[in-house]
Design a protein around this ligand. Structure first.
Ligand code: HEM
Length: 430
């Protein structure tokens, strides 16, 4: 599909702006909450090896509250545009939001305070929202025969979603009843499937739509994309089997396949960037490029942990690099482009020009966010490696300042958009 086709079809299939933006707004909120929690409970983050508590709560505010939240808003908006099939029901998309937001908040509260009732209620709401989201996306994909490069990734992501939700629910029940023979192994398998299989596959698949759009590039190499998706899918199956049954060689093979999948993906993305028409890509692509480095690095660190190389440090570092350095960097890079882009598309009104993306984007808060985000990653990683709580705390505080700065970008965007629309209502029609 050419960029022009995409743009022409895009406007006609846009959902009401309040729909994706409510997800993005919630993601901005949970981003602040997660870094704040990590700043307060930095002591628990050093040497974190799982189990409920405030670190697990902060982790899920990021994974569910920021990553999955952003992915849902983007998927509801972009998938119908990319696949040319409308979303089945806007009401159902709204229901996903109203189940998910309180669900994440209550689940995080239950994890942090180790309250089984809140864990059960929050977990149920979150899983219900994820199931509804999965059904809506599957319904859309079912009606598509082209666009295989995005749909292959998304099918694998949906399979992973079913697994991660079930394993998450089993882990919560095990906190209470203690029936799993090896809770740790199941927790690691859940984390790997959730991060690489669900979020990773969605991020990689949507890259084939979003990055050519942001960089003004010709269509990406779909053969590389499909091979990367299926190699990644095979890696996930082997990793799951290896982790649950404690077979280390299987995990190493999975890691090698995962690295192969990452290499193919990065090659496809490299081609997208080298063929681009937009030369200056801006700060958002600093985050995207950082994320690309972190994707394979997370696998290497994970394999070191499995091999027993300083596992007390490489284990927690693996989770941090995977979730914060790769996925969070990528999603924040994408979010800061997609919000003004969608707002601009929605600003088309009779008798007035649409507002430009550049006029909606407040650069300074984004620059501060970038600096703080990178500082936070470096300091928290150094703190985990050295066992220095203070480094983790200062790093998380930097992350918090960055998150507040990102929120001010979102508020400014909203105000600029309203100003523009007020102008529309005040301009008498000719
Ligand atoms: C996008 C979705 C999700 C992601 C990316 C994610 C990621 C993770 C990660 C990385 C871990 C740490 C694994 C480890 O300690 O090695 C974890 C643990 C855990 N997750 Fe999730 N998760 C997600 C959704 C869920 C959901 C929906 C639930 C509950 C319904 C859940 C419940 C748990 C529990 C209970 C643990 C703790 C296991 C333990 O250490 O004792 N997660 N998750």
């Amino acid at each position: 599909m050419l960029f022009g086709d995409f743009m022409m079809g895009a406007r006609s299939r846009l959902l009401p702006p309040s729909l994706p933006f409510r997800f993005f707004g919630a993601a901005v909120f949970f981003h602040i909450a997660a870094w704040a929690l990590l700043t307060v409970f930095a002591d628990d983050a050093v040497g974190f090896v799982g189990g409920s508590g405030h670190v697990l709560a902060a982790l899920h505010m990021i994974t569910l509250g920021v990553l999955a939240m952003t992915a849902m808003g983007a998927a509801f908006q972009l998938l119908p545009v990319a696949t040319k099939r409308p979303v089945r029901s806007v009401r159902a998309c709204k229901a996903v939001f109203w189940l998910f937001v309180p669900g994440v908040a209550v689940l995080a509260h239950g994890m942090g305070h180790q309250t089984p009732l809140a864990q059960a209620i929050g977990g149920t709401l979150v899983v219900a929202a994820l199931v509804l989201f999965g059904l809506l996306v599957a319904d859309n994909l079912r009606r598509v025969s082209d666009m295989r490069v995005v749909t292959d990734h998304t099918w694998i992501a949906l399979g992973s979603l079913a697994l991660l939700g079930s394993l998450g629910a089993v882990l919560l029940a095990d906190f209470r009843f203690g029936f799993l023979p090896d809770h740790r192994a199941v927790a690691t398998a859940h984390g790997v499937i959730a991060a690489y299989g669900f979020m990773g596959m969605l991020a990689m698949g949507f890259s084939f739509i979003l990055l050519p759009m942001f960089a003004l590039s010709p269509p990406p190499d779909s053969t590389l994309g499909k091979r990367s998706a299926w190699l990644g899918g095979a890696a996930l199956v082997l990793a799951l089997a290896g982790l649950v049954h404690g077979i280390a060689p299987l995990v190493f093979v999975a890691g090698a396949l995962g690295l192969g999948s990452a290499a193919l993906h990065l090659r496809a993305m490299g081609k997208v960037l080298s063929g681009r028409m937009r030369k200056r890509l801006g700060d958002s692509f600093v985050l995207v490029r950082l994320a690309w480095v972190m994707m394979p690095l997370s696998i290497v660190i994970g394999l070191l942990a499995v091999a027993g190389v300083a596992s007390d440090r490489t284990g927690p570092l693996f989770g941090f690099v995977l979730v914060f350095c790769w996925l969070l960097s990528f999603l924040m890079g994408v979010l800061q482009r997609i919000m003004p882009f969608l707002a601009s598309m929605h600003s088309v009104r009779k008798g007035i020009k649409p507002v430009l993306v550049s006029a909606l984007t407040a650069d300074r808060p984004l620059r501060l966010h970038l600096i703080c985000h990178c500082t936070a990653l470096a300091l928290v990683a150094a703190g985990i490696l050295s066992g220095e709580t203070l480094l983790v705390r200062i790093g998380a505080a930097a992350g918090l300042i960055g998150a507040l700065s990102f929120a001010s970008f979102a508020v400014l965007l909203w105000r600029r958009m309203r100003q523009h629309l007020n102008q529309v209502t005040q301009t008498p029609e000719k």
